[in-house]
Design a protein around this ligand. Structure first.
Ligand code: ZN
Length: 137
């Protein structure tokens, strides 16, 4: 027997130094920050305190995006679209909301970050999501 349900699970966590730097840049400057690993030269998205590939902790904060490539996405009714976006300059991808209709999405297409105002309670909401790039004419 399977019984489906859901629970509301509020939480709070300490974002740490690199996470706080990332969130502050989103909220106050509408910039997306990553980290360059000095050992393997990979640029990680978002900013981190150590490299998950080689374990090095000598990371430099760098700006990434705001454009990128949509690698994959999924859509859930009433939940919207979640996409895997590899931001310009970054070697890893992030999962975030994709804005607009799935009818126009395709793997490999260019997307651009869209920013808005966020509350102090949730600075991550400053990044509204990514929308398909409009081609210059
Ligand atoms: Zn590394």
């Amino acid at each position: 027997m399977i019984r489906e349900g859901s629970i509301r699970l509020p939480f709070a966590y300490a974002a740490g130094k690199s996470g706080s730097t990332y969130l502050r840049a989103l909220q106050e400057e509408q910039r997306i920050l990553g980290s360059r690993c000095s050992a393997c030269d990979r640029i990680l998205a978002p900013a981190r305190s150590f490299c998950p590939t080689c374990g090095d902790a000598e990371l430099q904060t760098v700006e990434i995006g705001p454009g990128g490539v949509l690698l994959a996405w999924t859509e859930r009714p009433d939940k919207g679209i979640l996409g895997l976006v590899k931001l310009d300059s970054a070697d890893t991808a992030i999962v975030h909301r994709i804005l607009g209709s799935s009818d126009v999405l395709s793997t490999g297409m260019r997307v651009q970050a869209r920013f808005g105002d966020a509350s102090d309670e949730n600075p991550e909401d400053s990044l509204l999501g990514f929308a398909p790039e409009v081609a210059d004419s």
